[in-house]
Design a protein around this ligand. Sequence first.
Ligand SMILES: [Zn+2]
Length: 224
Amino acid sequence: MRRHLCLYLALLTLLCPISLRADAFEPPIRAGSTDTPRIALTFDDGPHPKKTDAILDVLEEYGVRATFFVIGENVGYYPAPLRRAVALGHEIGNHTFSHGRTARLNAKELEEEIRRAESALESVASVTTKLFRPPEGVCSDTVVETAGKLGYRVILWNVDTRDWDKASTEDIVKCVRNGVRNGSIILFHDYTAPGTHTVAALKRIIPELIAEGYEFVTVSELCG
Ligand SMILES: [Zn+2]
C-alpha cells in the first residue's frame, strides 16, 4: 500500500512538477477576513503625474488609507506622487518594473522585473515592500513560486471596477456597491488612458461606505 502511494506521488510529481512546487508557497490572496467591516482600496500601475495626486486628494479629504501597486519604471518618471503617498501613510506594493506580459516571462525574467522595481522603490522613496501584484492578475505557478521565493505575498482582488476600461462613474459605483463585503480588496487604477472616471467614482463611494460603517485599511492591515 505504502509502495503504491510512493509510486502515485512520484507519478504526480512527474505530471505536474510546477504545481507541487508552487503549493509550497502561500496562495494568492483575494480578500481579507470577513469578520469585521474592513476593506482595502488598491490602485495599480502608477505613479501617474496627475491622477495619483487627484486620487490622493480624495483619500486625504476622507482620511482614508489605501495601497498602491506601482510600476518601477513609473516610479522613476514620477517620484513626487509616490513620495506624497508614502508621506500620507499609504502602503506601496510591487507591480513589476515594466508591466510586461507576465504570462510570457520565465522565472528568471520575472525575478528581474520584481527586483528592478524593488530597487526603484528603495532609491526613490526608501520603500521596501513584500506585497506583489502580478500585472493583469496573471497568477501562474511561475508567479506564485518566484514571488514566494523572494518573500512576497501575491495580492489579487475580489472586486474589479474595470475603471481602466473607461467604465462610467455610475458603473464603477454600482460595481463596488454590488461587490463590497467585509474583507474586500477592490481594484482601481491610478495610471490609465485619459477619460476614466476613477476619481469621480471615489468621491461617491468613499463617503457612502464610511456611512455604512466600513473601515478603509491597507492590504497588510486587512490580511494580517
Ligand atoms: Zn497593472
